[in-house]
Design a protein around this ligand. Structure first.
Ligand SMILES: [Zn+2]
Length: 417
């Protein structure tokens, strides 16, 4: 059996691996590297297993639409992936020539098998919840007497809405563990400490009758944030305030979440429609905002949409706050210079920042301690580190090197199993 690294080697982005036996060839994820030309990936797979609905794991699927692929993943991953591919088609076609249209995105949904187990010629595949985002899965694969476990993006701690990955459900002593290493070198403060900090920043800004901008991704992070604030107001922890979400896609995803309550924590499952919020209102346009307000909106990196508009409007006022909850900011994000240098530039115009800009990493990824725990519990013979910068992967390798053989493969490297 052969594993080939087709993307996501020594970096975050474009995740894709192939696993090939004498009788069968599958892909694990089929992602795109954001902000770069789509790479040509092979298309001759018996099945493509998708771990979760982030574009760095799904964004190349449009190129399979002409090949009648068999795509396997959870139902919510299918629904969100198809929505995000539609978005991609729309944005790219507005920018210029793009090879794909809306029906290609629909085709991906039609080729999808929403199930947790599949048998192929000489290969058995099982999917288990991975934490990270709703519907994310860890893939376990058995073929030629060997077991391979691929984490996709994984999180073992519980968050307010999602349970972490239960390691006891995964196969023990796999021959190969392929794991992400996004935070391979980093130990984060306890989640509760970050949440307390976040609430303090909100309260301080609310006391000053300021506005709070929270740029967030439409899938999962928006629901998690809206639910967090909704619950805090319902419990009396935060005072009543104008709280809004502005993202039609996020609004649509709320209903997928309501229909898939079984994926979430016990507390969420007990509510009738947990993602219909009582104190958070969905708006279509920024013009509908009544200030002062807390606004959860897209785009997550502040490049476009409501978050860019509100950043320009609100950043100059010291009563306001901009709260970033993503650990990573791309170099061209206006949020990055706003946070680090106190200004940002849009089309040659410079905006100075007086609002509080704060990054609170409420991440959905395992940190170094969690990744070490995964290795120490599963006891793999060999561990392959992907989906992490080389430095992060090396720091993780140092900590797990006595428990397992560690490999940090390069792009196109082939691993014999
Ligand atoms: Zn992800």
């Amino acid at each position: 059996m052969e594993i080939k690294i087709l993307g996501g080697a020594r970096e975050v982005g474009g995740s894709c691996l192939s696993v090939e036996t004498d009788s069968c060839k599958i892909a694990l994820d089929y992602g795109i590297k954001l902000d770069s030309e789509p790479k040509k990936l092979p298309t001759d797979f018996d099945a493509v297993i998708i771990s979760h609905a982030h574009l760095d794991h799904t964004g190349s699927l449009l190129s399979l639409s002409k090949h009648n692929p068999t795509i396997v993943g959870s139902e919510i991953t299918r629904d969100v992936t198809v929505d995000l591919l539609h978005d991609m088609v729309k944005i790219q076609n507005e920018k210029g020539v793009f090879d794909y249209e809306a029906h290609h995105a629909d085709k991906i949904g039609q080729c999808w098998w929403a199930r947790d187990a599949i048998a192929l010629s000489g290969m058995k595949i099982n999917l288990q919840p991975a934490g990270h985002v709703a519907g994310a899965k860890v893939t376990s694969l058995e073929a030629e007497g060997k077991t391979i476990v691929y984490t996709g993006d994984i999180c073992t701690h519980d968050t307010e809405i999602l349970r972490g990955c239960k390691l006891q459900a995964l196969p023990k002593k796999p021959d190969v563990l392929i794991t992400e290493s996004t935070y391979g070198g980093k130990v984060r403060p306890a989640r509760q400490q970050l949440l307390d900090e976040f609430m303090e920043d909100l309260l301080r800004t609310m006391d000053n009758r300021g506005n709070v901008l929270i740029p967030t991704f439409a899938f999962h992070r928006s629901q998690e944030m809206a639910k967090r604030i909704d619950t805090a107001i319902a419990n009396g922890y935060l005072p009543r305030y104008n709280v809004y979400t502005i993202s039609n896609l996020a609004h649509k995803i709320n209903s997928y979440f309501n229909h898939n309550k079984q994926l979430f924590t016990k507390e969420i499952r007990q509510q009738k429609t947990p993602f219909n919020y009582r104190h958070v209102k969905h708006l279509y346009r920024t013009a509908q905002i009544e200030e002062p307000a807390i606004v959860i909106c897209t785009s997550g990196f502040g490049h476009a949409g409501a978050s860019l508009h509100l950043l320009k409007e609100w950043a100059g006022d010291e009563r306001n706050a901009v709260i970033l909850t993503s650990g990573y900011l791309p170099p061209d994000s206006p949020l990055k210079t706003a946070k680090e240098e106190g200004f940002f530039k849009i089309d040659e115009e410079t905006f100075s920042v007086k609002a509080l800009v704060k990054q609170i990493e409420l991440s959905g990824h395992a940190d170094q301690n969690e990744l070490v725990e995964i290795v120490s519990k599963l006891k793999p013979t060999r561990t392959v580190l992907v989906h992490g910068d080389l430095e992060q992967a090396e720091l993780l390798a140092e900590r797990i090197g006595e428990m397992t053989d560690v490999c940090i493969p390069q792009q196109d490297e082939v691993i014999d199993v």
